[in-house]
Design a protein around this ligand. Structure first.
Ligand code: FES
Length: 85
């Protein structure tokens, strides 16, 4: 049996499978909105290939595309609009 891996999305623990991107892991937990961008527009999983910038989130203080960034155990992911944890 494989241990459940988790990361943190806006302070809540979320399970994921090895190899998933942040966006895929969030979608697997029915989290489809990723907060708002600096212009106030909602961010979400859209193109899935790093082209649209619609899925930007913040990891370790830097903005990154959730559809491209592999998630890892214990990772802390915030919305762009959130204060750092
Ligand atoms: S969904 Fe388009 S860049 Fe991530």
């Amino acid at each position: 049996m494989t241990a459940v891996r988790t990361f943190f999305w806006r302070g809540s623990e979320v399970p994921f499978r090895a190899g998933e991107s942040i966006a895929a892991a969030l979608a697997g937990s029915n989290i489809h909105g990723f907060g708002k961008d600096p212009a106030g527009s909602p961010t979400r999983y859209f193109c899935g290939i790093g082209a649209c910038q619609s899925c930007l989130v913040r990891v370790d203080g830097r903005a990154t595309e959730a559809c491209l960034e592999p998630v890892y155990d214990g990772m802390v992911v915030m919305a762009l609009e959130d204060d750092d944890a």
